[in-house]
Design a protein around this ligand. Structure first.
Ligand code: GUN
Length: 283
């Protein structure tokens, strides 16, 4: 058996072109959606991610304005900058790219973004809404995983979903989304004993650990839907996921590639959160 590919790049393109139509209709009402991206310091990977986010915004007709702050900025400087963006009516979404330099409190800085502009969905109010199952801004990568599963028409009720990874950005929120859809959910972590015994039970397997090739063929149930959130750079420079793609695609029913899977769809979800924030702002 060979898995069907869930093509994140193609799905993202389609999503951005739908969003462009929404943006055109917002512009007709005098609303130009805008995203502010903030980077503190010069992390090379962050620079690439921000560039991808700006390109996706441009594709959907969303303004994106980048704010580069020096690595030695004080916490007060960063908080003051965010406060200005919180008050700026032309800005509907704000993201502070992580990781931040060590001397800054990432938690305090993330929480200082206005709830209505928190298009990363990291604010406790938005995370609380997610836990409760009420409307709020949902974090982009977990949303991307769910939209990709929906594109493959995966059912959740009566199925076992296994999440490998328990981060606040991916593992925990995706587990909540899967619970909300009626899946039976197990969340594993790096200490889980006999990980394969659990992942082999998964009808839906979401992997977000940052460990290249962690999930091998013997750890996957035949026919499972496998969502690979990992982005790892090998010493050769090659980018790979947390799933050993070439061997797992032989047993899985559906699989996302890396690159070209969850990554581009995550960026499209950020643009969607920004467009939705702009639309809500005007109601
Ligand atoms: N760094 C890695 N992933 C993310 C993300 O989803 N949002 C932000 N702001 N920074 C990140």
């Amino acid at each position: 058996m060979t898995a069907q590919l869930i093509d994140g790049a193609a799905l993202a393109k389609e999503k951005l072109s739908q969003l462009k139509q929404t943006v055109i209709s917002l512009q007709g009402r005098g609303i130009q959606p805008g995203l502010a991206t903030v980077q503190v310091g010069d992390d090379a990977a962050s620079r690439i991610y921000i560039r991808n986010k700006s390109r996706a915004c441009a594709e959907a007709g969303v303004n994106s304005i980048h704010h580069d702050l020096p690595a030695q900025s004080s916490e007060r400087d960063v908080l003051r900058h965010i406060d200005t963006l919180n008050r700026d009516a032309s800005v509907h979404g704000i993201i502070v790219q992580l990781p931040l330099p060590k001397h800054l409190d990432a938690r305090r800085i993330s929480q200082s973004i206005a709830v209505a502009k928190d298009v990363d969905g990291f604010n406790w109010r938005n995370l609380g809404a997610l836990m409760e199952g009420t409307p709020g801004i949902v974090p982009c990568t977990p949303r991307a995983a769910m939209v990709m599963l929906d594109s493959a028409k995966i059912r959740f009720e009566g199925r076992h979903a296994v999440v490998v990874g328990r981060s606040n950005i991916v593992g925990k929120p995706v587990a909540l989304l899967l619970i909300a859809r009626g899946a039976t959910v197990t969340v594993c972590n790096s200490h889980t004993a006999d990980l394969g015994a659990i992942t082999r039970q998964a009808d839906v397997l979401v992997v977000a650990t940052g460990k290249a090739g962690l999930i091998t063929r013997d750890m996957v149930k035949p026919g499972a839907a496998v969502i690979d959130v990992g982005i790892n750079r090998l010493p050769t420079g090659k980018i790979v996921g947390d799933v050993a793609f070439d061997e797992v695609k032989v047993v899985a029913g559906w699989i996302t590639p890396v690159p070209g899977g969850v990554g581009p769809m995550t960026v499209a979800m950020l643009v969607e959160n920004t467009v939705n924030a702009a639309a809500r702002n005007q109601q």
